[in-house]
Design a protein around this ligand. Structure first.
Ligand SMILES: Cc1cc2nc3c(=O)[nH]c(=O)nc-3n(C[C@H](O)[C@H](O)[C@H](O)COP(=O)(O)OP(=O)(O)OC[C@H]3O[C@@H](n4cnc5c(N)ncnc54)[C@H](O)[C@@H]3O)c2cc1C
Length: 451
């Protein structure tokens, strides 16, 4: 039992410095992969720190196995709108035989499934090919801040003991905004009324008979309704059960994990996280029983994997120079400081369901710009924040949090760090036109050619 009101005193101690870097990236999900790749590709001495022993973030650690947000429905034409580092990574996953062909989602856009093992190896190769130092099994635990809004070091806990990494520019890609929060950047948690997007324990099944299963994802909602009439309880509707590249294996996005008080579990609360892992696995076992008994082709299926961690969709979001909103997504907003685009709709995991809201399709261009200001926390001169913890409202985040948007933000953060170092300026003073030229020269798409 935790006794929150009691404290012990930790004596001051000296921390060995593991290394000095120009760019220090915390977190190896899509944002961190793109940030570190981009900073190093521009010649910056870069380290990426990750608490697990592999890259991919929620995409591997939470078993997501599917890229959303790479495509948009541009006036009826479903096309890939996220390029740059993402192209390089996907090509490497494909070379390892780990990439599905894109599949259509709700008839409106496309997503693309992948194999997690291939993703991990492809990401290793990508980062090493650019000269990034990878530091695994290192949990970021604090920052050393100077008086003038500058950070000078990141403190880590490792198996070798506590270590410090000195840096000149820091990029928080932790998903949870850990580094930004330690540095004192203002942030929000949820919608202001304590509601976060609900987490999910993903899992994959093997041993599916693909012929008998057919397009089972279309039949499953009705099969669930029939099972409910017989007394089966499901944690949520709107489940996603789709084949992987080898159709004997399917991914299952069907659970929904609340905390004991019924609200979405808070992924920044250690006790709730512990509870959620166990509850998530309990729901996995219950759902696979339904698949086996009620869904054609699944009778012999078995759980091949539950992932290393519960899938947390939303925790801290910084309140930065601009917060991307739900209206921006639905209205396909344009920004002069665009760093790339988001073509994914609002996808809100609310109690018991998933709510989708799309921009007008095919009347609109189907994507919004992502402004550079989303990456800029208040007050801090050498910190950028990219990925799902960037500056967005609860609604805006429900769209731009997916992998496509996170690749865009990460790549821009890495390039911006390079420019800030080159001109010895604060990250908020980076010349945006120069940043945009750099991004386009690296193959990124900024979405300025379509209205
Ligand atoms: C269940 C679920 C299903 C989803 N489905 C899809 C989908 O189908 N398609 C899609 O595109 N997106 C999907 N998403 C969303 C998407 O996976 C995430 O929003 C995206 O991965 C966020 O990228 P990120 O780089 O910002 O953060 P993350 O992917 O969360 O990566 C953050 C990384 O930082 C590391 N880290 C965190 N804190 C520390 C620390 N203190 N020290 C060291 N390392 C740290 C973590 O281990 C992790 O590797 C889903 C998310 C969930 C939870």
């Amino acid at each position: 039992m935790m006794i929150a009101a009691q404290f012990i005193h930790e004596p001051a101690r000296s921390i060995p410095v593991h290394g000095d870097y120009e760019v220090v990236v915390l977190g190896g999900g899509p944002a961190g992969i793109a940030a570190a790749t981009s900073a190093a590709a521009h010649g910056r001495k870069t380290i990426l720190i990750e608490r697990y022993g592999f890259l991919g973030g929620a995409g591997t650690a939470a078993g997501v196995t599917n890229f959303c947000g790479l495509f948009a429905n541009v006036h009826g034409d479903i096309r890939q709108v996220v390029h740059g580092v993402a192209d390089d990574l996907l090509a490497r996953i494909d070379r390892l035989g780990g990439l599905n062909a894109p599949h259509v989602v709700f008839g409106k856009t496309k997503a693309q499934a992948y194999d997690t093992t291939a993703y991990k190896s492809a990401a290793d190769d990508l980062l090493l090919s650019r000269g990034v130092d990878l530091f695994f099994h290192a949990l970021g635990a604090g920052v050393v801040a100077e008086a003038d809004g500058m950070l000078s070091a990141l403190v880590l806990e490792t198996k070798s003991g506590r270590r410090a990494i000195r840096g000149r520019v820091f990029i928080d890609c932790s998903g949870d905004g850990d580094l930004a929060a330690w540095a004192g950047a203002p942030f929000e948690l949820g919608d202001g009324a304590g509601n976060l997007l609900y987490p999910t324990m993903m899992f994959r099944v093997n041993g599916v008979d693909p012929k008998a299963a057919g397009e089972a994802w279309k039949a499953i909602p009705e099969l669930m309704r029939e099972a409910e009439k017989r007394g089966t309880h499901f944690a949520r509707q709107g489940v996603i059960v789709r084949p992987q590249r080898n159709p004997v294996e399917w991914r299952v996005n069907a659970t929904q994990v609340a905390s004991r008080n019924g609200r979405a579990l808070d992924g920044t609360d250690a006790a709730e996280l512990s509870y959620g892992e166990i509850e998530g696995r309990r729901q996995v076992q219950a759902f696979v029983s339904f698949l086996r008994t009620d869904v054609p082709g699944f009778a012999q299926s078995y759980i091949v994997d539950t992932p290393p961690q519960l899938g947390i969709r939303e925790t801290r979001r910084i309140v930065g120079a601009y917060q991307l909103s739900g209206e921006d997504v639905l209205g396909c907003a344009s920004f002069a400081d665009t760093i790339g685009v988001n073509g994914w709709p609002l996808e809100k995991h609310v109690a018991g369901n998933v709510e989708w809201s799309w921009p007008p399709i095919p009347q609109s261009r189907g994507f919004n710009h992502l402004p550079y200001r989303m990456l800029l926390p208040q007050r801090l001169r050498n910190l950028l924040v990219a990925g799902r913890c960037a500056s967005m409202t609860h609604e805006g985040h429900s769209a731009a949090r997916v992998s496509g948007g996170c690749f865009v933000m990460g790549e821009a953060a890495g390039a911006a760090a390079h420019l800030a170092l080159g001109h010895n300026t604060a990250v908020a003073e980076v010349d945006v036109a120069a940043l945009q030229r750099l991004l386009e020269a690296s193959g990124a798409y900024l979405g300025r050619d379509v209205t």
